[in-house]
Design a protein around this ligand. Sequence first.
Ligand code: ADP
Length: 169
Amino acid sequence: MTKRIAVYPGSFDPVTFGHLDIIKRASEMVDELIVAVLVNKAKTPLFSADERVKMLRTVTKDIGNVRVESFSGLSVDFARKEGAEFLVRGLRAITDFEYELQMAQTNRIMAPDVDTIFLTTNLKFAYLSSTTVREVASYGGDISRFVPPEIAKAVEEKYRQQQSRQKQE
Ligand code: ADP
């Protein structure tokens, strides 16, 4: 039987409990789940792609069939290169829906052999986004309910570095 591979693409800047919930559930549906960190040159992320890959590897180390990579370009091209049949995306609220539907339809036209699977968010994490995590952390707020401890430490450290750099300037 051929191996069923899915790609879960995203920015993961940083990875949250919401992402992790999708990763765990998606990994149970396929033989291999590739979590793919998008290197988007148009955006300036808080963490570099390498840092995001490392953080994802740390928090997914106990899930045997998860691999973490970075990629640039189109998700469907990356999926094809990896021999993946599916793209996984998470849906939080109706606000995600319109964009996600449009993306999935566009991807399906570009790559009819790659299908998108949507997993609805665990309600516990429906409100949660990387943007919120960054915003709360940037004001010194507690993000321990949103991300695993290793990630909270890395985010807090990043803002500390940024603030000490700003003071020096
Ligand atoms: P992108 O920039 O591609 O939206 P994100 O890292 O923000 O990247 O999200 C990657 C995927 O994870 C998207 O499909 C997004 O809808 C989903 N996602 C983000 N946060 C959550 C959450 N709290 N619950 C479920 N899915 C989520």
